[in-house]
Write a protein that binds this ligand. Structure first.
Ligand SMILES: C[S@@+](CC[C@H](N)C(=O)[O-])C[C@H]1O[C@@H](n2cnc3c(N)ncnc32)[C@H](O)[C@@H]1O
Length: 291
């Protein structure tokens, strides 16, 4: 018979970190209710695993003993709210993230969009804006940026402020440049920015047709009709029923024959809208509204 495996204290705390105890679950639920009722931000239907992990991190970072203590702080100190939003919103992004997506967009979507007199594109969940500048540069290279309007939205105001500022750490530009080229970029990427204080400051001309605005996919409605919507790497943080509600919003916001771009781990398959779209490029998650 194999000898019994000793249970170390590290193994015990690891197990605790993954388990959800009923009291913690209750505290978490109360926190989310409080944030929704007091501030209007609705995280109640986010995917529970990553949400719990993020809230635990916040409790630790704030130096607090429990989620209830975090709730107390958030309710009584409005300055703590942006830290909660930041902690829960997962703002990781990059320029030309998944270059194959942008290459496919250039090759398969641009030839059709280019024929329109005016093109409206919505980046829903744009984070700090790298995706938006990637698109603006692509459209400029394709010669019809002047006829495009980009609406870049996110629920996180701090992220939007950075996006509108258009300055990104210079250290990341080497990787951004590699992805720009892999995405089919035709110029030298450095033509799009100037270097200032270790930052790449993107030229104003790239954001001349961009509107940055706060919009919450969970609580806000459609605000226009778009020819293309990119909602990438945001739906994965939502529970399934919430994903379906947001898909409904995206569907309503797309013009007929409009294009929907999702993240690499997201799909329209197995949602009630599956039949309303044609998979233009299922590998790169580009769909066309047909129904
Ligand atoms: C991982 S980033 C994705 C950024 C970019 N689309 C990309 O693919 O690189 C997810 C973004 O979704 C935003 N987000 C999360 N919940 C949201 C909501 N309910 N409404 C609008 N934006 C939301 C977050 O603030 C974050 O900026």
């Amino acid at each position: 018979m194999a000898p019994p495996v000793p249970v170390t204290s590290a193994a015990v705390s690891e197990a605790k970190a993954h388990a959800s105890d009923p009291l913690e679950e209750l505290e978490l639920r109360l926190l989310l209710e409080a944030v929704f009722h007091f501030y209007g931000f609705d995280f109640r239907e986010y995917a529970p695993g990553s949400l719990r992990r993020r809230v635990r991190n916040l409790v630790r970072e704030e130096g607090l003993p429990s989620i209830s203590a975090l709730q107390d702080r958030i309710l009584h100190d409005p300055k703590a709210l942006p830290r909660l939003i930041q902690g829960l919103s997962v703002s990781v992004t990059s320029m030309y993230r998944d270059p194959g997506f942008f290459r496919a967009f250039r090759q398969q979507v641009v030839p059709l969009l280019r024929t329109y007199p005016m093109v409206r594109i919505w980046h829903a969940g744009c984070s700090t804006g790298e995706e938006v500048y990637s698109m603006a540069a692509l459209l400029e290279e394709e010669g019809f940026y002047d006829r495009c309007r980009i609406y870049a939205t996110d629920m996180n105001e701090d992220a939007l402020r950075k996006a509108a500022g258009g300055c990104f750490p210079l250290v990341a530009m080497r990787e951004h440049t590699a992805r720009y080229l892999a995405a089919g970029g035709r110029r030298s990427f450095s033509e799009y920015y100037s270097v200032r204080d270790r930052q790449a400051a993107f030229h104003r001309r790239l954001r001349r047709n961009v509107v940055f605005a706060q919009h919450n996919l969970v609580t806000d409605r459609s605000f226009n009709e778009f020819n293309a919507i990119l909602c990438r790497n945001t739906l994965i943080y939502f529970s399934r029923p919430l994903q379906e509600r947001v898909h409904h919003l995206l569907y309503e916001s797309l013009a007929r024959l409009g294009f929907l771009g999702l993240g690499s781990k997201e799909t329209i398959q197995f949602t009630p809208f599956e039949r309303s779209y044609q998979a233009l490029d299922p590998v790169h998650k580009i769909y066309r509204k047909v129904g």
